[in-house]
Design a protein around this ligand. Structure first.
Ligand SMILES: [Zn+2]
Length: 133
């Protein structure tokens, strides 16, 4: 399921699940409902739009990601309700000098070099948020 999620993300599509019992929407996909623990889930395509709820600039990256720092990690509330984590597509300076909380964003997938944790040359796809307003 996660492979499909990331492949679709590279195609610009954001996949989630909707619980057919209680209506809760989840993203990224999970095997049980966050709300009622039900397993009666339907795959749906989300709009990919949401708003930045918080973000932080990472200067000291975890092992394996050093070359990518600094980067901006953001928590976004999607229009359909779920909150997802990804990277904000702005440089560290802009993120530090402007308040980007509340900005409207669109999600897309970006493929990063796979090194330390992806020795089998699997794709490493990161959700990215592009500011659209
Ligand atoms: Zn449910």
């Amino acid at each position: 399921m996660f492979v499909e999620f990331f492949n679709e993300l590279l195609n610009g599509k954001l996949i989630g699940f909707k619980c057919l019992d209680c209506g809760t929407v989840m993203c990224p996909p999970k095997s049980t409902c966050d709300n009622c623990k039900g397993r009666n889930l339907e795959k749906i395509e989300l709009s990919g739009y949401g708003r930045v709820t918080s973000y932080t600039v990472t200067y000291v990256a975890p092992m394996g990601y050093e070359k990518e720092a600094p980067y901006v990690v953001a928590l976004v509330e999607l229009d359909e309700g779920p909150w997802i984590i990804g990277r904000l597509d702005v440089d560290a300076e802009k993120a530090e000098s402007e308040n980007l909380v509340g900005k409207r964003v669109k999600v897309y997938g970006k493929e990063f070099a796979s090194e330390l944790f992806y020795p089998n040359k699997e794709k490493r796809v990161v959700p990215m948020f592009e500011i659209v307003e």
